[in-house]
Design a binder for this molecule. Structure first.
Ligand SMILES: *Cc1c(COP(=O)(O)O)cnc(C)c1O
Length: 352
């Protein structure tokens, strides 16, 4: 019997969140100017808030995380430079090759370790000597969280020392920096903002998404020194990212920073509950989630029927992505009832 799909649980991504009523109010109430004239008070307030929180000279509001990362790479690098990056990193794999296409900056991708890190020895080996045969190794990017994993902070510090000693600039794709902060704070018994700042301070520039778990409809911020941001600002304009009354969007982002950081812990708890529920079912290999992203591998009979699973779930109101390896992402618009429903629907599929 098909259960009625009255419950809709969208676990495809934490980008699908709808602005809450309070966030919509904040957007509506935000005072506006024209950010290309640098006089939108809500954008300026957001940029100051972000810079203060993470300990940088400034921040630039960006339409997307992709544009934010692109501006960062292009502001750090010249034509003919290269950046060291992970094979699975957003800044290499998921941004349309923008750094190469638009910046003439060559990526040097490295394989990840099981914990998502790039081995220090691999980074060291990838740095090219000053020789006309090679691109100039100029930048190293990391991502935290990566695939939902928190990079160990000791590692981040060691990678920082290595980059500094070799004269490389350091950029963090911190799309989910506050998920990392919340997870790290839970490990250390500290505060999420403090941990986000501690991570961010290991980098010259940091990009953070408001449109993921923080629940804003649009936007990212790029943080760095004033001199770096002057370059990034020019590239943002050049790539069509100069926005006008963007204070409406900045209002949503400021609301998210004020109200939606600590609650990321709820998303992490729901991901753990989902993992626990699914672990009890046969033919699934469930990775223990560290934050809000859960990966589940189908095995045996379940794997043989993998092609039917996504549509089976969707018919019962559960949206997820993947084929043999499913990805479930918890966020602001997923609750405990949705997680229990998802576990039940997965049980039904495996029993069918
Ligand atoms: C979502 C995301 C981005 C930016 O994506 P946009 O859709 O361009 O905002 C960058 N890095 C990571 C790791 C992401 O998950």
């Amino acid at each position: 019997m098909l259960k009625p799909a009255f419950m809709r649980v969208d676990l495809r991504s934490d980008t699908v969140t709808q602005p809450t009523p309070a966030m919509r109010e904040a957007m509506f109430a935000a005072p506006l100017g024209d950010d290309v004239f640098a006089d939108d008070p809500s954008v300026n307030a957001l940029q100051d808030q972000m810079a203060d929180m993470l300990g940088f000279e400034g921040a630039l509001f960006m339409p997307t995380g992709t544009q934010s990362n692109l501006c960062a790479i292009m502001a750090h690098c010249q034509r003919g430079d290269e950046y060291i990056v992970g094979q699975m990193a957003h800044t290499y794999r998921w941004e349309g090759g923008g750094a190469a296409v638009l910046g003439s900056v060559q990526p040097q991708p490295l394989n990840h370790q099981a914990d998502g890190s790039l081995a220090l020895a691999d980074i060291e080996d990838a740095i090219k000597p000053d020789d006309a045969h090679f691109a100039r190794t100029r930048l190293r990017t990391l991502e935290n969280t990566i695939g939902g994993k928190l990079l160990p902070h000791d590692y981040v510090q060691q990678a920082t020392e290595l980059a500094k000693s070799r004269g490389l600039a350091r950029h963090l794709d911190g799309a989910r920096l506050f998920n990392a902060g919340v997870a790290q704070a839970a490990l250390r018994g500290t505060d999420a903002r403090q941990e986000a700042r501690r991570i961010a301070q290991c980098f010259d520039s940091v990009s953070v998404c408001f449109s993921k778990g923080l629940g804003a409809p649009v936007g990212s911020a790029l943080c760095g020194s004033a001199e770096f941001l002057t370059r990034a600002h020019r590239i943002r304009k050049m790539t069509g990212g100069g926005l006008r009354q963007s204070g409406m969007l900045a209002g949503a982002a400021s609301h998210a920073l004020d109200h939606h950081i600590d609650r990321l812990a709820d998303d992490h708890a729901l991901a753990r509950r989902l993992a626990e529920g699914l672990s009890a079912l046969a033919n699934l290999r469930v990775e223990q989630p560290q934050t809000n992203i859960l990966f589940v591998d189908l095995e045996g009979e379940a794997k043989a029927r993998a092609g039917e699973l996504i549509s089976f779930l969707a018919a019962r109101g559960v949206l997820a992505t993947g084929l043999y390896r499913l990805r479930f992402v918890t966020h602001l618009d997923v609750d405990a009832a949705g997680v229990e429903h998802t576990i039940g629907v997965m049980r039904d599929f495996l029993a069918a």
